[in-house]
Design a binder for this molecule. Structure first.
Ligand code: KIV
Ligand code: ZN
Length: 513
C-alpha cells in the first residue's frame, strides 16, 4: 500500500528564531532558506513580517529567491498584519498566509481580554480577508491543548467555512501528552463535519520533552502536516525537531508508516548550518544529530560495532549525510578499536610495534580520559620504534661579521655516510639546509627555543624546536655545550621522528615515503 505523505512545515526561521539568543539577519535567513529548499521541506515559514522591517525584507527576499517550497508568513488576525504578510510573500511561486489567534480561555481572558465569541468572529474575518488575497491560508488555534474541546470544534469548522486550507492545532506551551493529543486530532477529524476539506496540522512545543512524540501521535491520528524546526530550536524549550520526526518515520516505519519528501542526506549539513548561524549549539547527546549520536565509548560497544555496526547502531550516519561512526578511545578501549582507529588514519604498525604503542596509549588514556586522533598521532611521533635513522657524525660551521655563514654536515645512516655543504642566514640555518639536502625532506621551522640547563660558562644548552611537515607537527630536542650542535641535534631528532612516523603510513596512500 502506498504510504501517505506528511507535509513538513519548517518554522526554523520563525518559531526557531524566537529561541532566546538566536537572531538571524536577512542574509543569514536567506542562506538557511536555500538550505531548507535543498533539504526539500514542503513549507518554509520564513518569518513574522509585521514584527520588524528586517524580518519583512528577509521574508520578501526568500519569497523572491528560494524556489521549491511554499513560503509562509505569520500574521495576527488584524488587517495590518495580514497585508504586511501578504506583501512579503506575494512574489513567491507558492505563497501562504498563516493567521493565528488564541483559542484557550486562559489566553482569551488573560491576554486578549476578549470573549470567545469575539475571537471566533475575528478568526473568521481574518481568514476571509487573507483568502481574498491568496488561495493558501493556514489558521492556527493558539494554545489549543488548553482550550475547551467544544470551542476548538466550533473554531475549526468556522475557519474552514471561511476558506482556510490548513488548520493547525498547536500545543503552544508543550502541555499535551501523546495519547491525549492524538485523541484530540482524531476527535477533530471525526466530529468537525468539514474537517476532511483541509489538512490538519500540528505544532508542538517541547516543554515536557514530548514535542516529537506528540507530533507523531497526531500523525497516527490523521494530522498530515507537522510543524517542526531544525535541531528542535524554538521558543522556550523549543519545538519538535524536524530530523527526529523524519527519522522516526524511516527507522520505525513499521510503527509510523508515512513518508516525507525530505532529502535525508541534507539533514546533517542543515543542522550544522542552523547551529552555526543561530549560535545555538547542538547538545552532544542530541538524538539523530548530536556528535555523540554515532560515537561509541565502551570497549564492549566498540568491539561490537567493529564486528557489525548493527549491534549498537540503528541509524547509519551516512543516511543523514553525516560521518561514519566514531570511536571515542578511552582506557576501556581494546586493541581492536585502537588498531582500527590507527588504520583509519592510515597508519600500519607491525604486531611488536603495536604492542609498544598500545601500552603507551593506555598510559595516556589513564591520564587524559579521552584520546583523540591528534593524541594518537602525537604518540606515534613520540615513540621511537627503531634506531634513529640519521646520526650526526661531523659538524663544522663558520660565521662572523664579514663571513658568509656556512656549514658542513656529515650524517650517518646505517652503514652509509652523507655529507653536504650549505650557506645560510646564520650557522644554524646553514646546517639545517645542509641536512635538508641530505634527507631530501622539506620542513618548516615553526618554533625555536634555547635554554641553559646547567649553570656556569660551560652550561649545557638545550634547544627545542617545532617543525611542520604537511599537517604534522613534530617537536625535537638536542643538548650540547655548543648551541649550534644542540640546534642540529634538535633538528635531527625531529627529522628522525618524522621519518619514523611516515614509515608507518600505509604505503598505498603515501608513496612519498
Ligand atoms: O506555538 C504557537 O502556538 C505558535 C503559533 C503562532 C502557531 O507558534
Ligand atoms: Zn510555536
Amino acid at each position: 500500500m502506498e504510504k501517505e505523505k506528511v507535509i513538513i512545515f519548517d518554522s526554523t526561521l520563525r518559531d526557531g528564531e524566537q529561541t532566546p539568543g538566536a537572531k538571524l539577519n536577512p542574509r543569514e535567513k536567506l542562506k538557511i532558506a536555500h538550505q531548507l529548499a535543498r533539504l526539500n521541506v514542503d513549507v518554509i515559514e520564513a518569518g513574522f513580517p509585521i514584527s520588524s522591517p528586517g524580518d519583512f525584507r528577509a521574508v520578501q527576499q526568500i519569497s523572491r529567491e528560494v524556489k521549491g517550497p511554499t513560503i509562509a508568513a505569520l500574521a495576527r488576525t488584524v488587517k495590518e498584519d495580514i497585508d504586511c504578510a501578504w506583501d512579503s510573500v506575494k512574489d513567491a511561486k507558492k505563497p501562504r498566509i498563516h493567521v493565528f489567534l488564541a483559542a484557550s480561555d486562559i489566553h482569551m481572558e488573560k491576554k486578549l481580554r476578549k470573549s470567545p465569541e469575539t475571537c471566533l468572529q475575528e478568526a473568521v474575518q481574518a481568514v476571509k480577508y487573507a483568502k481574498s488575497l491568496t488561495a493558501d491560508v493556514e489558521y492556527s488555534l493558539e494554545d489549543a491543548t488548553r482550550a475547551r474541546e467544544e470551542y476548538i470544534f466550533k473554531v475549526v469548522e468556522a475557519v474552514i467555512d471561511a476558506g482556510a486550507t490548513v488548520v493547525n492545532i498547536p500545543d503552544t506551551v508543550g502541555y499535551a501528552v501523546p495519547e491525549e493529543f492524538g485523541g484530540l486530532i482524531k476527535k477533530i477529524k471525526t466530529k468537525v463535519p468539514n474537517a476532511d476539506k483541509v489538512i490538519i496540522s500540528v505544532h508542538c512545543h517541547n516543554d515536557l520533552g514530548l514535542a516529537v512524540m506528540n507530533s507523531l501521535s497526531a500523525v497516527q491520528n490523521g494530522a498530515r502536516q507537522v510543524e517542526c524546526n531544525v535541531n528542535g530550536i524554538g521558543e522556550r524549550a523549543g519545538n519538535a525537531a524536524l530530523e527526529e520526526i523524519v527519522l522516526n518515520m524511516i527507522i520505525r516505519k513499521d510503527y509510523f508508516p508515512f513518508k516525507t519528501d525530505i532529502n535525508l542526506k541534507e539533514i546533517y549539513r542543515t543542522s550544522r548550518m542552523v547551529s552555526k548561524l543561530t549560535g545555538i549549539p547542538i547538545p552532544v547527546n542530541k538524538a539523530v544529530i548530536g556528535i555523540n549520536a554515532f560515537a561509541h565509548s565502551s570497549g564492549i560497544h566498540q568491539d561490537g560495532v567493529l564486528k557489525d555496526k548493527s549491534t549498537y547502531e540503528i541509524i547509519n550516519a551516512e543516511l543523514i549525510g553525516g560521518q561514519a561512526a566514531q570511536m571515542i578511545l578511552t582506557a576501556r578501549s581494546g586493541r581492536h578499536a585502537v588498531r582500527h582507529e590507527l588504520e583509519s588514519m592510515n597508519y600500519q604498525l607491525n604486531d611488536e610495534d603495536f604492542e609498544k604503542f598500545y601500552l603507551r596509549f593506555l598510559e595516556l588514556a589513564d591520564k587524559k580520559k579521552e584520546v583523540y586522533r591528534e593524541d594518537l598521532e602525537a604518540l606515534l611521533i613520540d615513540i621511537s620504534f627503531a634506531e634513529p635513522t640519521y646520526e650526526l657524525e661531523y659538524l663544522q660551521t663558520v660565521s662572523g661579521t664579514k663571513t658568509i655563514p656556512a656549514a658542513v654536515v656529515r650524517l650517518r645512516k646505517g652503514e652509509e655516510t652523507f655529507e653536504q655543504v650549505s650557506s645560510g642566514a646564520g650557522p644554524i640555518d646553514a646546517a639545517y639546509k645542509a641536512i635538508d639536502r641530505i634527507t631530501n625532506i622539506t620542513t618548516r621551522l615553526e618554533n625555536y627555543n634555547l635554554r641553559a640547563v646547567t649553570r656556569g660558562m660551560d652550561a649545557l644548552g638545550e634547544v627545542s624546536i617545532k617543525i611542520t611537515h604537511d599537517d604534522k607537527n613534530i617537536i625535537g630536542r638536542g643538548v650540547s655545550t655548543d648551541i649550534v650542535e644542540a640546534s642540529v641535534k634538535a633538528y635531527l631528532d625531529s627529522i628522525n621522528k618524522l621519518i619514523n612516523m611516515l614509515a608507518h603510513v600505509n604505503n598505498n596512500n603515501n608513496k612519498e615515503k
